[in-house]
Design a binder for this molecule. Structure first.
Ligand SMILES: C[C@H](O)[C@H](O)[C@H]1CNC2=NC(N)=NC(=O)C2=N1
Length: 187
């Protein structure tokens, strides 16, 4: 290699290292963040992996999509609560959950009847493990010793985001039959 070329190669490699590491940060390690920012529609629904629309008008997101997704941190200033229409659309994917409107704040609600008070606490522990791994947390209520009630909404923005549906879908996947009170069969 010629003596003239060597210093140029050295310079080239020194300038390329920071550029390569920046690229890695944006598109490698932090790819989820970049993807989320570009993916978030105006009403808090990330476009589905199979579907259309990042426009906020309508998003098709199946149960499989919700289960495959992970909750994202809800500290972006751009994050807005989803519309009631989007919430109604996504609600179809989370069996057993209802939409509630409390003082213009949309929330998801679901209740279960458990066998005992301590089984209620076991129920919460199973939910808590999912919540911790998702970094998104429901409001847990154990009412009248055996009624487990769960509310999910995004506190940071005062309404619903896709995170809430991801969490509801994952709670629905929990095995909790052993904790639930069996319905009496009418004779
Ligand atoms: C930064 C992080 O996203 C927030 O602290 C999370 C934690 N878990 C949360 N859970 C819920 N349900 N709403 C929130 O706004 C929320 N904020």
């Amino acid at each position: 290699m010629s003596r003239l070329l060597l210093p140029k190669l050295f310079l080239f490699s020194r300038t390329q290292v920071p550029a390569a590491s920046l690229f890695h940060n944006l598109y490698g390690r932090d790819r989820r963040f970049v993807h989320w920012m570009s993916d978030m529609s105006h009403d808090g629904v990330r476009s589905s992996t199979t579907g259309v629309s990042a426009s906020g008008a309508r998003t098709f997101c199946s149960l499989e999509d919700l289960l495959a997704k992970k909750c994202v941190p809800c500290n972006s200033k751009d994050l807005r609560p989803m519309t009631e229409q989007s919430a109604q659309d996504l609600l179809q994917n989370v069996a057993g959950w209802d939409l509630a409107n409390e003082n213009d704040t949309l929330k998801l609600h679901r209740s279960w009847r458990v066998k005992s008070f301590t089984k209620g606490l076991d129920f919460f522990k199973r939910v808590a493990d999912i919540a911790e791994s998702e970094g998104h947390h429901p409001d847990l209520h154990l009412v009248g010793w055996n009624n487990v009630k769960i509310e999910i909404w995004t506190h940071a923005i005062g309404g619903l985001t896709e995170n809430d549906f991801i969490l509801a879908a994952k709670i629905n996947e929990l095995q909790v039959e052993d904790l639930l009170r069996k319905k009496k069969v009418a004779k």
